[in-house]
Design a protein around this ligand. Structure first.
Ligand SMILES: Nc1ncnc2c1ncn2[C@@H]1O[C@H](COP(=O)(O)OP(=O)(O)OP(=O)(O)O)[C@@H](O)[C@H]1O
Ligand SMILES: [Mg+2]
Length: 406
Protein backbone atom coordinates (compact mmCIF):
# COMPACT_ATOMS: atom_id res chain seq x y z
CA UNK A 1 0.00 0.00 0.00
CA UNK A 2 2.78 2.37 0.92
CA UNK A 3 4.62 1.69 -2.30
CA UNK A 4 1.45 2.13 -4.30
CA UNK A 5 0.76 5.55 -2.78
CA UNK A 6 4.32 6.62 -3.31
CA UNK A 7 4.13 5.58 -6.91
CA UNK A 8 1.11 7.79 -7.31
CA UNK A 9 2.83 10.69 -5.65
CA UNK A 10 5.93 10.47 -7.75
CA UNK A 11 4.07 9.99 -11.00
CA UNK A 12 2.15 13.15 -10.28
CA UNK A 13 5.41 15.03 -10.24
CA UNK A 14 6.32 14.18 -13.79
CA UNK A 15 3.05 15.58 -14.98
CA UNK A 16 3.32 18.60 -12.73
CA UNK A 17 6.68 19.36 -14.28
CA UNK A 18 5.27 19.98 -17.78
CA UNK A 19 3.40 23.23 -17.54
CA UNK A 20 4.35 24.33 -14.09
CA UNK A 21 5.65 27.79 -14.80
CA UNK A 22 3.02 30.51 -14.90
CA UNK A 23 0.23 28.13 -14.12
CA UNK A 24 -2.42 28.93 -11.59
CA UNK A 25 -3.81 26.66 -8.98
CA UNK A 26 -7.26 27.70 -7.96
CA UNK A 27 -9.48 25.11 -6.38
CA UNK A 28 -13.22 25.45 -5.99
CA UNK A 29 -15.61 23.10 -4.19
CA UNK A 30 -19.31 23.58 -4.90
CA UNK A 31 -21.77 21.82 -2.61
CA UNK A 32 -19.38 18.91 -2.21
CA UNK A 33 -20.59 15.98 -0.09
CA UNK A 34 -19.15 12.61 0.76
CA UNK A 35 -21.24 9.64 1.81
CA UNK A 36 -19.30 6.49 2.62
CA UNK A 37 -20.78 3.00 2.13
CA UNK A 38 -22.23 3.09 5.64
CA UNK A 39 -24.56 5.85 4.34
CA UNK A 40 -23.19 8.36 6.82
CA UNK A 41 -22.29 11.82 5.63
CA UNK A 42 -18.60 12.50 6.24
CA UNK A 43 -18.69 15.86 4.45
CA UNK A 44 -21.81 17.88 3.73
CA UNK A 45 -22.40 20.59 1.15
CA UNK A 46 -18.97 22.13 1.40
CA UNK A 47 -18.42 25.35 -0.54
CA UNK A 48 -14.88 26.55 -0.67
CA UNK A 49 -12.81 28.80 -2.90
CA UNK A 50 -9.08 28.47 -2.67
CA UNK A 51 -7.07 31.07 -4.53
CA UNK A 52 -3.66 30.60 -6.06
CA UNK A 53 -0.83 30.66 -3.48
CA UNK A 54 -3.13 30.55 -0.47
CA UNK A 55 -2.24 28.65 2.67
CA UNK A 56 -5.57 27.18 3.71
CA UNK A 57 -5.98 25.44 7.04
CA UNK A 58 -8.69 22.89 7.74
CA UNK A 59 -9.42 22.55 11.46
CA UNK A 60 -12.08 20.85 13.53
CA UNK A 61 -12.60 18.01 15.99
CA UNK A 62 -11.65 14.43 15.19
CA UNK A 63 -13.99 12.90 12.62
CA UNK A 64 -15.37 16.20 11.28
CA UNK A 65 -14.32 15.44 7.68
CA UNK A 66 -10.96 17.18 7.25
CA UNK A 67 -9.05 14.24 5.76
CA UNK A 68 -12.02 13.25 3.61
CA UNK A 69 -12.17 16.79 2.15
CA UNK A 70 -8.45 16.73 1.43
CA UNK A 71 -8.64 13.26 -0.15
CA UNK A 72 -11.47 14.36 -2.43
CA UNK A 73 -9.37 17.31 -3.59
CA UNK A 74 -6.46 14.92 -4.25
CA UNK A 75 -8.74 12.52 -6.12
CA UNK A 76 -8.11 9.67 -3.70
CA UNK A 77 -11.77 9.58 -2.71
CA UNK A 78 -14.80 9.84 -5.02
CA UNK A 79 -17.02 12.88 -4.62
CA UNK A 80 -20.56 11.65 -3.80
CA UNK A 81 -22.27 14.91 -4.69
CA UNK A 82 -21.27 18.39 -5.85
CA UNK A 83 -18.50 19.71 -8.07
CA UNK A 84 -14.76 20.20 -7.87
CA UNK A 85 -13.06 22.73 -10.15
CA UNK A 86 -9.31 23.02 -10.58
CA UNK A 87 -8.32 26.21 -12.35
CA UNK A 88 -11.91 26.60 -13.46
CA UNK A 89 -12.14 23.14 -15.00
CA UNK A 90 -14.65 20.57 -13.78
CA UNK A 91 -12.40 17.93 -12.26
CA UNK A 92 -14.53 15.42 -10.32
CA UNK A 93 -13.31 12.62 -12.56
CA UNK A 94 -9.79 13.87 -13.18
CA UNK A 95 -7.20 11.17 -12.37
CA UNK A 96 -5.16 11.87 -9.22
CA UNK A 97 -1.95 11.83 -11.22
CA UNK A 98 -3.27 14.57 -13.50
CA UNK A 99 -4.06 16.97 -10.67
CA UNK A 100 -0.53 18.33 -10.17
CA UNK A 101 -0.77 17.99 -6.43
CA UNK A 102 1.34 16.22 -3.89
CA UNK A 103 0.15 15.01 -0.57
CA UNK A 104 1.84 14.43 2.77
CA UNK A 105 -0.25 11.96 4.71
CA UNK A 106 -0.97 11.46 8.38
CA UNK A 107 0.85 8.15 7.82
CA UNK A 108 3.87 8.36 5.64
CA UNK A 109 4.45 7.04 2.15
CA UNK A 110 8.10 6.00 1.95
CA UNK A 111 9.85 3.37 -0.16
CA UNK A 112 10.88 0.75 2.41
CA UNK A 113 13.76 -0.59 0.34
CA UNK A 114 15.43 2.73 -0.32
CA UNK A 115 17.54 4.78 2.04
CA UNK A 116 16.40 8.20 3.18
CA UNK A 117 18.68 9.69 0.50
CA UNK A 118 17.06 7.44 -2.10
CA UNK A 119 13.59 8.37 -0.97
CA UNK A 120 14.33 12.07 -1.18
CA UNK A 121 16.17 11.78 -4.49
CA UNK A 122 13.71 9.49 -6.25
CA UNK A 123 11.34 12.10 -7.60
CA UNK A 124 14.20 14.15 -9.02
CA UNK A 125 15.85 11.08 -10.49
CA UNK A 126 12.79 10.12 -12.52
CA UNK A 127 12.67 13.67 -13.79
CA UNK A 128 16.23 13.22 -14.96
CA UNK A 129 17.58 16.04 -12.86
CA UNK A 130 21.42 16.02 -13.03
CA UNK A 131 23.13 14.08 -10.23
CA UNK A 132 24.94 17.09 -8.77
CA UNK A 133 21.73 19.05 -8.59
CA UNK A 134 19.98 16.12 -6.88
CA UNK A 135 22.73 15.91 -4.32
CA UNK A 136 22.52 19.63 -3.65
CA UNK A 137 18.75 19.62 -3.20
CA UNK A 138 18.70 16.48 -1.05
CA UNK A 139 21.23 18.06 1.30
CA UNK A 140 19.34 21.35 1.35
CA UNK A 141 16.09 19.67 2.25
CA UNK A 142 17.77 17.30 4.73
CA UNK A 143 19.33 20.26 6.46
CA UNK A 144 16.04 22.10 6.82
CA UNK A 145 14.40 18.99 8.25
CA UNK A 146 17.39 17.98 10.38
CA UNK A 147 17.70 14.55 8.83
CA UNK A 148 21.18 14.88 7.33
CA UNK A 149 22.56 12.28 9.71
CA UNK A 150 19.87 9.80 8.63
CA UNK A 151 20.46 9.87 4.89
CA UNK A 152 21.97 6.35 4.78
CA UNK A 153 19.25 4.71 6.84
CA UNK A 154 16.24 2.74 5.65
CA UNK A 155 12.76 3.89 6.76
CA UNK A 156 12.41 0.85 9.07
CA UNK A 157 15.24 2.26 11.19
CA UNK A 158 13.55 5.64 11.73
CA UNK A 159 11.25 6.92 14.47
CA UNK A 160 7.75 8.13 13.59
CA UNK A 161 8.79 11.75 13.67
CA UNK A 162 11.83 11.08 11.50
CA UNK A 163 9.72 9.22 8.92
CA UNK A 164 7.34 12.13 8.91
CA UNK A 165 10.16 14.54 8.16
CA UNK A 166 11.42 12.37 5.31
CA UNK A 167 7.90 12.21 3.85
CA UNK A 168 7.69 15.98 4.13
CA UNK A 169 11.11 16.28 2.51
CA UNK A 170 10.14 14.16 -0.47
CA UNK A 171 7.10 16.36 -1.02
CA UNK A 172 9.02 19.62 -0.64
CA UNK A 173 11.87 18.61 -2.92
CA UNK A 174 9.52 18.25 -5.88
CA UNK A 175 8.02 21.74 -5.73
CA UNK A 176 4.52 20.82 -6.93
CA UNK A 177 1.76 23.31 -7.72
CA UNK A 178 -0.40 22.32 -4.78
CA UNK A 179 0.58 20.73 -1.49
CA UNK A 180 -2.01 18.79 0.43
CA UNK A 181 -0.84 18.11 3.95
CA UNK A 182 -2.69 16.05 6.52
CA UNK A 183 -1.28 16.77 9.98
CA UNK A 184 2.29 16.52 8.73
CA UNK A 185 3.80 17.63 12.03
CA UNK A 186 1.65 15.56 14.38
CA UNK A 187 4.43 13.14 15.36
CA UNK A 188 7.05 15.75 16.13
CA UNK A 189 8.02 17.00 19.56
CA UNK A 190 7.17 20.58 20.55
CA UNK A 191 10.52 22.12 19.66
CA UNK A 192 10.80 20.47 16.28
CA UNK A 193 7.22 21.34 15.57
CA UNK A 194 7.87 25.03 16.14
CA UNK A 195 10.96 24.85 13.96
CA UNK A 196 9.08 23.07 11.17
CA UNK A 197 6.24 25.54 11.45
CA UNK A 198 8.61 28.41 10.77
CA UNK A 199 10.22 26.47 7.91
CA UNK A 200 6.81 25.76 6.41
CA UNK A 201 5.84 29.43 6.49
CA UNK A 202 9.14 30.25 4.79
CA UNK A 203 8.69 27.50 2.21
CA UNK A 204 5.25 28.79 1.39
CA UNK A 205 6.61 32.30 0.81
CA UNK A 206 9.57 31.11 -1.21
CA UNK A 207 7.91 28.44 -3.31
CA UNK A 208 4.73 30.38 -3.97
CA UNK A 209 2.57 27.28 -3.97
CA UNK A 210 -0.95 26.69 -2.80
CA UNK A 211 -1.07 24.70 0.42
CA UNK A 212 -4.08 23.01 1.94
CA UNK A 213 -3.22 21.87 5.40
CA UNK A 214 -5.09 19.84 8.01
CA UNK A 215 -4.19 20.33 11.65
CA UNK A 216 -5.43 20.02 15.23
CA UNK A 217 -2.89 22.55 16.40
CA UNK A 218 -4.20 26.02 17.27
CA UNK A 219 -0.87 27.72 16.83
CA UNK A 220 -0.31 26.17 13.41
CA UNK A 221 -3.77 27.25 12.33
CA UNK A 222 -3.39 30.82 13.58
CA UNK A 223 0.16 31.41 12.36
CA UNK A 224 0.37 29.54 9.07
CA UNK A 225 -2.99 30.10 7.46
CA UNK A 226 -3.97 32.88 5.13
CA UNK A 227 -7.43 31.41 5.58
CA UNK A 228 -8.91 29.03 8.15
CA UNK A 229 -11.77 26.65 7.43
CA UNK A 230 -13.45 25.48 10.64
CA UNK A 231 -15.43 22.25 10.25
CA UNK A 232 -17.82 20.36 12.50
CA UNK A 233 -19.82 17.20 11.73
CA UNK A 234 -18.96 17.46 8.04
CA UNK A 235 -20.23 21.04 7.75
CA UNK A 236 -18.08 24.12 7.22
CA UNK A 237 -18.77 26.51 10.09
CA UNK A 238 -16.74 29.51 8.97
CA UNK A 239 -14.10 30.43 6.41
CA UNK A 240 -12.03 33.53 7.19
CA UNK A 241 -8.50 34.82 7.84
CA UNK A 242 -7.13 33.82 11.29
CA UNK A 243 -7.68 37.21 12.96
CA UNK A 244 -11.27 37.34 11.81
CA UNK A 245 -11.97 33.78 12.98
CA UNK A 246 -10.60 34.80 16.37
CA UNK A 247 -12.23 38.21 16.68
CA UNK A 248 -15.47 37.60 14.84
CA UNK A 249 -16.43 33.92 15.17
CA UNK A 250 -19.64 33.07 13.30
CA UNK A 251 -21.07 30.96 16.09
CA UNK A 252 -20.60 29.43 19.52
CA UNK A 253 -18.72 26.42 18.17
CA UNK A 254 -16.06 28.46 16.35
CA UNK A 255 -15.76 30.79 19.34
CA UNK A 256 -15.10 27.86 21.66
CA UNK A 257 -12.91 25.84 19.31
CA UNK A 258 -10.40 28.52 18.35
CA UNK A 259 -8.36 29.93 21.22
CA UNK A 260 -6.60 28.24 24.14
CA UNK A 261 -7.64 28.34 26.90
CA UNK A 262 -11.03 28.43 25.28
CA UNK A 263 -13.48 31.35 25.43
CA UNK A 264 -15.54 31.42 28.65
CA UNK A 265 -19.31 31.10 28.33
CA UNK A 266 -22.01 32.26 30.75
CA UNK A 267 -25.77 32.20 30.44
CA UNK A 268 -27.26 35.63 31.05
CA UNK A 269 -30.62 37.39 31.09
CA UNK A 270 -30.90 40.59 29.10
CA UNK A 271 -32.67 43.49 30.85
CA UNK A 272 -32.93 47.23 30.39
CA UNK A 273 -32.35 49.65 33.26
CA UNK A 274 -32.79 53.37 32.68
CA UNK A 275 -32.09 52.89 29.03
CA UNK A 276 -28.92 50.90 29.59
CA UNK A 277 -28.54 47.24 28.68
CA UNK A 278 -27.95 45.06 31.69
CA UNK A 279 -26.90 41.43 31.73
CA UNK A 280 -27.64 39.20 34.71
CA UNK A 281 -25.24 36.30 34.91
CA UNK A 282 -26.97 33.09 35.87
CA UNK A 283 -30.31 32.28 37.43
CA UNK A 284 -29.48 32.05 41.13
CA UNK A 285 -26.74 34.60 41.03
CA UNK A 286 -28.77 37.69 40.30
CA UNK A 287 -26.28 39.86 42.10
CA UNK A 288 -23.83 39.38 39.28
CA UNK A 289 -24.51 41.87 36.59
CA UNK A 290 -22.72 43.55 33.73
CA UNK A 291 -23.70 46.72 31.90
CA UNK A 292 -23.24 46.66 28.18
CA UNK A 293 -23.19 50.02 26.43
CA UNK A 294 -22.56 51.01 22.84
CA UNK A 295 -23.58 49.11 19.74
CA UNK A 296 -23.48 45.69 21.37
CA UNK A 297 -25.80 46.89 24.12
CA UNK A 298 -28.20 48.29 21.52
CA UNK A 299 -28.29 45.01 19.61
CA UNK A 300 -29.16 42.98 22.71
CA UNK A 301 -31.69 45.52 23.88
CA UNK A 302 -33.40 45.48 20.50
CA UNK A 303 -33.31 41.74 19.89
CA UNK A 304 -33.18 39.99 23.24
CA UNK A 305 -34.73 42.12 25.97
CA UNK A 306 -36.18 39.79 28.63
CA UNK A 307 -34.55 36.74 27.06
CA UNK A 308 -31.59 34.55 27.80
CA UNK A 309 -28.38 34.61 25.76
CA UNK A 310 -24.97 32.96 26.04
CA UNK A 311 -22.27 35.48 26.82
CA UNK A 312 -18.70 34.81 25.75
CA UNK A 313 -15.50 36.39 27.00
CA UNK A 314 -11.94 35.35 26.24
CA UNK A 315 -9.59 34.64 29.17
CA UNK A 316 -7.41 37.62 28.21
CA UNK A 317 -10.35 40.03 28.44
CA UNK A 318 -11.01 39.48 32.14
CA UNK A 319 -9.07 41.54 34.70
CA UNK A 320 -8.60 41.78 38.42
CA UNK A 321 -10.04 44.82 40.21
CA UNK A 322 -6.96 47.07 40.24
CA UNK A 323 -6.26 46.58 36.56
CA UNK A 324 -9.94 46.94 35.64
CA UNK A 325 -10.02 50.22 37.56
CA UNK A 326 -6.90 51.44 35.84
CA UNK A 327 -8.49 50.66 32.48
CA UNK A 328 -11.72 52.34 33.55
CA UNK A 329 -14.30 49.59 33.21
CA UNK A 330 -14.74 48.43 36.78
CA UNK A 331 -18.01 50.38 37.04
CA UNK A 332 -19.64 48.43 34.20
CA UNK A 333 -18.99 45.05 35.63
CA UNK A 334 -19.82 43.96 39.14
CA UNK A 335 -16.88 41.88 40.28
CA UNK A 336 -17.33 38.16 40.10
CA UNK A 337 -15.80 36.95 43.29
CA UNK A 338 -14.59 33.49 42.45
CA UNK A 339 -12.50 30.83 44.08
CA UNK A 340 -9.40 29.83 42.11
CA UNK A 341 -9.45 26.05 41.53
CA UNK A 342 -6.22 25.78 39.56
CA UNK A 343 -3.26 27.98 38.76
CA UNK A 344 -0.96 27.46 35.76
CA UNK A 345 2.12 29.61 35.52
CA UNK A 346 3.16 29.63 31.86
CA UNK A 347 6.10 31.99 32.14
CA UNK A 348 4.82 35.03 30.29
CA UNK A 349 1.37 34.74 31.85
CA UNK A 350 -0.54 32.97 34.57
CA UNK A 351 -3.82 31.20 33.87
CA UNK A 352 -6.24 30.93 36.79
CA UNK A 353 -9.24 28.64 36.58
CA UNK A 354 -12.50 29.10 38.45
CA UNK A 355 -15.94 27.47 38.35
CA UNK A 356 -19.00 29.41 37.31
CA UNK A 357 -22.35 28.07 36.16
CA UNK A 358 -21.01 24.54 36.47
CA UNK A 359 -18.21 25.11 33.98
CA UNK A 360 -14.48 25.61 34.29
CA UNK A 361 -13.61 29.16 33.30
CA UNK A 362 -10.21 30.67 32.74
CA UNK A 363 -8.59 34.05 33.12
CA UNK A 364 -5.13 35.02 31.82
CA UNK A 365 -3.32 37.46 34.03
CA UNK A 366 0.07 39.01 34.46
CA UNK A 367 2.45 36.42 36.00
CA UNK A 368 3.03 38.79 38.92
CA UNK A 369 -0.45 37.95 40.15
CA UNK A 370 0.05 35.77 43.16
CA UNK A 371 -3.46 34.50 43.83
CA UNK A 372 -3.15 30.89 44.93
CA UNK A 373 -5.39 27.89 44.51
CA UNK A 374 -8.22 28.06 47.04
CA UNK A 375 -8.08 31.85 47.32
CA UNK A 376 -10.77 34.18 46.01
CA UNK A 377 -10.27 36.63 43.20
CA UNK A 378 -12.36 39.59 42.02
CA UNK A 379 -12.84 39.54 38.29
CA UNK A 380 -14.08 42.20 35.90
CA UNK A 381 -14.94 41.90 32.21
CA UNK A 382 -13.74 44.23 29.52
CA UNK A 383 -17.29 44.56 28.22
CA UNK A 384 -16.17 45.92 24.86
CA UNK A 385 -14.80 42.45 24.25
CA UNK A 386 -17.99 40.59 25.16
CA UNK A 387 -19.65 38.22 22.72
CA UNK A 388 -23.27 37.09 22.79
CA UNK A 389 -24.75 34.01 21.16
CA UNK A 390 -28.34 33.03 20.45
CA UNK A 391 -29.51 30.27 22.82
CA UNK A 392 -31.19 28.30 20.02
CA UNK A 393 -29.24 28.93 16.81
CA UNK A 394 -25.93 29.51 18.64
CA UNK A 395 -25.13 32.26 16.15
CA UNK A 396 -22.94 35.18 17.16
CA UNK A 397 -25.40 38.04 17.73
CA UNK A 398 -22.66 40.61 17.06
CA UNK A 399 -21.41 38.92 13.91
CA UNK A 400 -20.49 41.36 11.08
CA UNK A 401 -21.72 44.38 13.07
CA UNK A 402 -18.69 43.88 15.21
CA UNK A 403 -15.98 43.36 12.66
CA UNK A 404 -14.49 46.09 10.54
CA UNK A 405 -13.13 44.83 7.24
CA UNK A 406 -10.20 46.95 6.28
N1 LIG B 1 -13.46 4.74 4.50
C1 LIG B 1 -14.42 5.15 5.33
N2 LIG B 1 -15.59 4.47 5.42
C2 LIG B 1 -16.59 4.89 6.24
N3 LIG B 1 -16.52 6.00 7.00
C3 LIG B 1 -15.39 6.72 6.96
C4 LIG B 1 -14.27 6.34 6.12
N4 LIG B 1 -13.28 7.24 6.30
C5 LIG B 1 -13.75 8.14 7.19
N5 LIG B 1 -15.00 7.83 7.58
C6 LIG B 1 -15.84 8.60 8.51
O1 LIG B 1 -16.04 9.88 7.97
C7 LIG B 1 -15.98 10.90 8.97
C8 LIG B 1 -14.90 11.91 8.62
O2 LIG B 1 -13.63 11.27 8.67
P1 LIG B 1 -12.27 12.04 8.40
O3 LIG B 1 -11.19 11.03 8.35
O4 LIG B 1 -12.44 12.90 7.22
O5 LIG B 1 -12.16 12.92 9.72
P2 LIG B 1 -10.99 13.91 10.20
O6 LIG B 1 -11.62 15.25 10.37
O7 LIG B 1 -9.83 13.83 9.28
O8 LIG B 1 -10.63 13.32 11.64
P3 LIG B 1 -9.20 13.20 12.39
O9 LIG B 1 -8.93 14.54 12.95
O10 LIG B 1 -9.51 12.20 13.46
O11 LIG B 1 -8.18 12.73 11.42
C9 LIG B 1 -15.73 10.15 10.28
O12 LIG B 1 -16.96 9.99 10.93
C10 LIG B 1 -15.17 8.83 9.85
O13 LIG B 1 -15.49 7.82 10.77
MG1 LIG C 1 -7.85 13.06 9.53
Amino acid sequence: MIVHLSAFLYTSVQIAEKGRRNTMSEITLKNVSKIYENQQYAVRNVNLEIQDKEFVILVGPSGCGKSTTLRMIAGLEDISDGELYIDGEFSNYCEPKDREMSMVFQNYALYPNMTVYGNLAYALKIRKVPKDEIKKRVHEVAKILEIEHLLDRKPSALSGGQKQRVAMGSAIIRKPKVFLMDEPLSNLDAKLRTQMRIELAKLHREMETTIIYVTHDQTEAMTLGTKIVVMKDGFVQQVAPPAEIYNNPANLFVAGFIGAPSMNFFEAWVAVEEGRTLLYLGGNELGKKVYLDGKKGEILQRQKNGEKVILGIRPEDIYEYEEAKRRGFEKNSVGLEEKVIARELLGAEVVLYFQAQGRNQAVRLNPENETKRGENINLYFDTEKLYAFDMDTQENLFYKEDFTHE
